[in-house]
Design a binder for this molecule. Structure first.
Ligand code: FES
Ligand SMILES: [Fe+2]
Length: 380
């Protein structure tokens, strides 16, 4: 198969690959990670339509706590309200377009850094200096543009599409599998934001790829081996794909805290890996939660916000809770470094113009599920 040279050819290969049986599955056409027209399609059809994870409720626990991100050039922020609900707004001042806030923090109100228009936490304009002699102007007629905002298991999502399907309406299958972990109560202990030199899809695929563990993570996750035999995959749908890794409760196994009486049997030693399309990846364990919210900056660069949360029972444990947090953070930072090297290498390799799709292993089932989601978004 010759390497495609333009977006229609790339889309056609994507369509053909997605139509195969999994046994004959191929990787994405390498040019899909680099083509400018494909990137523009992804922005319009995926990032400006689907639900995007902004962070966790636990990261904005008090009134006025906010997190701001750019969804590919569209600045947004979420903010905890006085009644503890969460609202999302366009992070653009309706006066002359300045961004209001950066990164994350806590505010009693939002004062625009350009001319000091002042907004309440609920988006109402409450003050606008020197505007009293502007005919017809009233603060009552101005407010920040509110966006669709929803929550799932402690995560906060925003959609730029006013007509986006309600998020909760398609989560029943996943809730039935992982709801028992009650991870909306896990407490955030560490958050980082990084810029990587790779296409966003390279990182999403990597997170859901069990095949690379034995090699890339030979010194971390892969040290004790066995993932290849103990992973159970579920077929992806329009909204997510996932699998779990079953451990046996032996010395190095993932394990629920002894005080945790909710989880029984194998659930106490199970790690779930979930990709909520397009780019929210989750590693859920009985003893921690690690998630990535991935946003493209360009076809060749991404911003990843990742955060680790821990169940309260570990934090309350005077005999090892601190050690549990410290050791897991060290481990995940190492895993993250290993993944970054691997992902940026894949991005670099796929830039080769003659690169073509390769066959997938059975351990890349969710990589294929992600490719089929992309086909549904890009091939219509
Ligand atoms: S742009 Fe915000 S007050 Fe002028
Ligand atoms: Fe990895």
């Amino acid at each position: 198969m010759a390497a495609p040279r333009n977006a229609p050819q790339i889309v056609e290969i994507l369509r053909r690959n997605a139509a195969r049986e999994f046994a004959a599955a191929r990787s994405l056409p390498p040019a899909i990670y680099h083509d400018a027209d494909i990137f523009a399609m992804e922005v319009e059809r995926i990032f400006y339509r689907d639900w995007i994870c902004i962070g966790r409720l636990g990261e904005i626990p008090d009134a006025g706590d906010y997190v701001a991100v750019d969804i590919v050039g569209r600045p947004v922020f979420v903010v905890r309200q006085k009644d503890m609900s969460v609202k999302a707004f366009s992070n653009v001042c309706p006066h002359r377009g300045s961004r209001l806030v950066d990164d994350c923090g806590r505010a009693r109100r939002f004062v625009c850094p350009y001319h000091s228009w002042t907004y309440d936490l609920d988006g109402r304009l409450t003050g606008a200096p020197f505007m009293h002699d502007t005919p017809g102007f009233s603060v009552d007629n101005v407010r920040l543009r509110e966006l669709r905002c929803t929550q799932w298991q402690g995560f906060v999502y925003v959609s730029l599409d006013p007509d986006a399907e309600p998020f909760a309406s398609h989560m029943a299958e996943l809730d039935a599998q992982v709801g028992k972990y009650e991870f909306s109560d896990y407490v955030p202990v560490h958050t980082e934001t990084e810029i990587w030199n790779a296409n966003w899809k390279c990182l999403v695929e990597n997170y859901m790829d069990v095949y690379h563990l034995h090699r890339v993570h030979a010194d971390s996750f892969g040290k004790y081996g066995g993932f290849e035999q103990s992973t159970c995959f579920f077929p992806g749908n329009d909204y997510f794909c996932y699998h779990y890794v079953q451990e046996d409760g032996s010395e190095h196994s993932v394990a629920a805290h002894p005080d945790n009486e909710r989880l029984q049997g194998e659930d106490r030693h199970r790690t779930w890996l979930i990709n909520l399309f397009p780019s929210h990846t989750v590693q859920l364990q009985p003893d921690l939660l690690w998630y990535l919210s991935i946003l493209p900056l360009s076809a060749g660069s991404l911003r990843v916000r990742w955060s680790v949360s821990v169940p309260q029972d570990f934090l309350d444990d005077p005999d090892g809770g601190e050690q549990h947090v410290r050791e897991n953070l060290e481990l995940l930072m190492q895993v993250n470094r290993e993944d970054r090297l691997a992902v940026e290498r894949v991005h670099g390799g796929t830039a080769e113009p003659s690169a073509t799709p390769g066959p997938l292993s059975s351990l890349e089932r969710n990589v294929w599920d992600f490719g089929r989601y992309l086909a549904r978004r890009l091939c219509s």
